[in-house]
Design a protein around this ligand. Structure first.
Ligand code: NAP
Length: 197
């Protein structure tokens, strides 16, 4: 398969590339490449990317930022940034894929545990993650028979916890999280929030 991976240079993206690149043609995308430049927060950049790529069999997105900060410190700009980036960035990635994804292809997005299990500082991240999941359920209905759409909801990733000075063992290693994206790719599922096991 020809697979576009947005966020290919990130913690999760690198493991997804590692997992899939021996069996598939992987196109790594992010703001700085490596194979394709795209800024999720800029719809024109997504349109331009698909024009350059033509048709792909699958799209995986392990990118998208949202502001993590206590509610009282969040600014209007923080809300606008987060909604435009991780939420609308992924929504637009799906919208713009129409006509560029092969019949029966798959799109796999990323949300996160904070939609269901909030902590102090997760107000915007929670909105964004829940919004991505709700969008996926609706988009899957409307794209039924054309493309499958799912979302992986990671909990805390071990490497991220370790970088924050917390216990690696309290999270899930990125290489294990990557397996959930493979489920979105190969299993005949759509409209699903794929848990990380
Ligand atoms: N790590 C965790 O514990 C965890 C837990 C739950 C959910 N998640 C979610 O999983 C996703 C990936 O997390 P991660 O830890 O792997 O992140 P990461 O290491 O910071 O990597 C982010 C990747 O996305 C790219 N990127 C950033 N902004 C972009 C934009 N506007 N347009 C296109 N590409 C962009 C980055 O490359 P460039 O800088 O070149 O653009 C990079 O490849 C995020 O949505 C995050 O919220 C992570």
């Amino acid at each position: 398969m020809r697979i576009l991976i947005v966020g290919a240079t990130g913690l999760l993206g690198k493991e997804i590339v590692r997992l899939l690149s021996s069996e598939h043609e992987v196109i790594g995308a992010s703001r700085n490449g490596p194979d394709q430049s795209v800024d999720l927060a800029d719809k024109a950049s997504i349109v331009s990317m698909y024009q350059q790529l033509g048709t792909v069999d699958a799209v995986i997105c392990a990118a998208g930022a949202a502001k993590f900060a206590p509610l009282e410190s969040l600014t209007d700009e923080d809300f606008a940034f987060s909604l435009a980036n991780k939420l609308m960035g992924q929504v637009n990635l799906v919208r713009c894929s129409v006509g560029h994804i092969a019949q029966g292809g798959s799109l796999t997005l990323t949300s996160g545990i904070l939609s269901l299990h909030p902590v102090t500082g997760s107000a915007v991240v929670g909105i964004v993650n829940a919004g991505v999941e709700a969008f996926v359920r609706s988009a899957a209905l409307e794209l039924h028979g054309k493309a499958r759409v799912n979302v992986v909801s990671p909990g805390w990733v071990s490497e991220t916890l370790a970088a924050m000075g917390q216990a690696y063992s309290a999270g899930t290693p990125a290489a294990v999280v990557a397996q959930a994206y493979k489920r979105g790719l190969v299993e005949d599922i759509t409209g699903q929030v794929i848990p990380v096991k």
